[in-house]
Design a protein around this ligand. Structure first.
Ligand SMILES: NC(=O)c1ccc[n+]([C@@H]2O[C@H](COP(=O)([O-])OP(=O)(O)OC[C@H]3O[C@@H](n4cnc5c(N)ncnc54)[C@H](OP(=O)(O)O)[C@@H]3O)[C@@H](O)[C@H]2O)c1
Length: 249
């Protein structure tokens, strides 16, 4: 475990065109990052963001499920020190009720295989660099299932496990691996979620504070802070509490 400072660092962020990804780009630039690669499926959606600081915000075309685009992105961003796997999808599919096979598979492709392939592809360029790190944006739903988004939670549980595996393998290689665990955040993804939500900007601030403190597991908001404490105290009670939100038909 080591401290990672964004000041003067080169950062690569997936899903950077909106939501938490966009806030991560903005806060990194404000925090003195040397360069931020802002990756998005459609780079025309990055125009406004890039125009804020074209010298430091570099657009990259990247669908995290596309192997060829990943290879091209690594070549373009070979000076990257910190990879942030932020891109994600949520289909709000249940298991028996409101099930969508398509959503379940898509969530695994984007939320699990995306970070897996990105971490593998960026490993050679991160190796040997100072401040080298991989950070995966997971969810507290990956620690205890949100039944109204059960297949999404399963993909995030896979991403949580992937993060631990990556950390174990990269421990001796000087690459710090962070897991980021947000609760409900005010983005398009949580549009239909009727809960108090944290702002993407505050999430980004908490992420980089966590990096600077060398905290491998980073919660980003009050809901997430309380959720992990409750899990530690009584995981079954958390599971029972979450069950009230399950699809019933
Ligand atoms: N919002 C929450 O309550 C919450 C809570 C816990 C964790 N999270 C996690 O936080 C991360 C960011 O989510 P958000 O809340 O900012 O959601 P969002 O506003 O819906 O943004 C999702 C981002 O992911 C991108 N994306 C989706 N599929 C992609 C693909 N195949 N390749 C590349 N990019 C792709 C989207 O790009 P397009 O614009 O091209 O679709 C968009 O930039 C996700 O991993 C999410 O699971 C969110």
């Amino acid at each position: 475990m080591s401290q990672v400072n964004i000041k003067d660092s080169v950062i690569f962020i997936t899903g950077a065109n909106r939501g938490i990804g966009r806030a991560l780009v903005e806060v990194a630039v404000e925090g003195g990052a040397a360069k931020v690669y802002a990756a998005a499926r459609d780079t025309s959606k990055l125009t406004g963001l890039v125009s804020r600081d074209p010298a430091r915000i570099i657009p990259v075309e990247l669908d995290v499920t596309d192997g060829e685009q990943i290879r091209r992105a690594v070549k373009q961003a070979a000076d990257t020190q910190i990879l942030i796997n932020n891109a994600g999808v949520a289909g709000y599919s249940g298991i028996i009720f409101q099930f969508s096979e398509e959503a379940a598979r898509r969530e695994l492709e984007v939320n699990y295989f995306g970070p897996l392939h990105l971490a593998r592809a960026f490993f050679p360029v991160l190796s040997g660099k100072p401040q080298a790190a991989v950070a995966n944006v997971i969810s507290v739903g990956g620690l205890s299932t949100f039944p109204m988004a059960a297949t999404y939670s399963a993909s995030k549980a896979a991403a949580h496990s992937l993060t631990q595996g990556l950390r174990a393998e990269l421990h001796s290689r000087g690459i710090t691996v962070f897991g980021i665990y947000p609760g409900p955040i005010d983005t398009d993804m949580a549009d239909g979620v009727d809960m108090e939500k944290e702002s993407p900007r505050n999430v980004a601030v908490r992420v980089y504070q966590g990096f600077a403190e060398g905290r491998e597991d980073i919660t980003t908001d009050k809901f997430a802070d309380e959720f992990v404490v409750n899990l530690r105290n009584d995981a079954k009670a958390v599971e029972r509490d979450n069950a009230q939100f399950a699809h019933q038909s």
